[in-house]
Write a protein that binds this ligand. Structure first.
Ligand code: SF4
Length: 195
């Protein structure tokens, strides 16, 4: 099988570094091992930074997004090397579950802020219990607070930061998350649930 390290959708290039994630979300396409937009994103081998950079096609892209099947900050060293090589050529966005500082055992938001123009943090729920019910983080209930701090810290450091939720969590919960994002001084967006 082919390992898809980069893939393009429209004018955006996506980077897929890992299958690994600290969460096991109920709605994750990764858990179902489904194709995404026609791409098989399951990796038999995780890439080096050089392999990712070699796989990037020629062309103009409006932005490069680190997301992939798994959580990109699980491979933070590779992520940083790729982002450093691309910085200045493209607008860079990180899509993350916001647990990168827990995953790496230190606050990584300073390094993220130096490299990325935009960060999207999946909020998914309005409190730690609901978050744990949906996301089943290996960090348990500590994951929710760490996720909030991650988003707040990126925003404070000047990165355009959004908290996001998937619309399948229900209107009431979406509104509770919107309020929490507002109180955290972080932008907010609702994403469509991908079936
Ligand atoms: S955080 Fe993202 S990659 Fe990880 S399990 Fe949830 S939806 Fe999947």
């Amino acid at each position: 099988m082919t390992n898809t390290y980069v893939y393009a959708i429209g004018d955006t290039l996506y980077i897929n570094l890992t299958n690994e994630c600290s969460n096991v979300c109920e709605f994750c396409v990764r858990a179902m091992r489904d194709d995404y937009e026609g791409y098989d994103l399951w990796l038999e081998k995780e890439p080096t930074a050089e392999e990712v950079l070699a796989a990037i096609p020629q062309g103009d892209f409006a932005q490069v997004v680190f997301c992939g099947y798994g959580e990109p900050t699980c491979r933070f060293d590779v992520l940083k090397r790729v982002a450093t090589a691309l910085k200045g050529r493209y607008r860079l966005r990180l899509n993350t579950n916001g647990q990168g500082s827990l995953i790496n055992g230190r606050d990584i938001t300073g390094e993220v802020a130096l490299l990325f123009d935009e960060v999207n943090v999946s909020m998914n729920a309005s409190d730690a219990v609901k978050y744990d019910d949906i996301c089943h983080s290996r960090f348990g209930k500590a994951a929710f607070g760490a996720m909030l701090e991650f988003g707040k810290s990126c925003a404070k450091k000047g990165v355009k930061t959004h908290f996001s939720v998937v619309d399948c969590i229900g209107e009431e919960e979406v509104e509770a998350c919107r309020v929490l994002a507002f109180q955290s001084r972080v932008l907010f967006k609702v994403r469509k649930f991908i079936t």
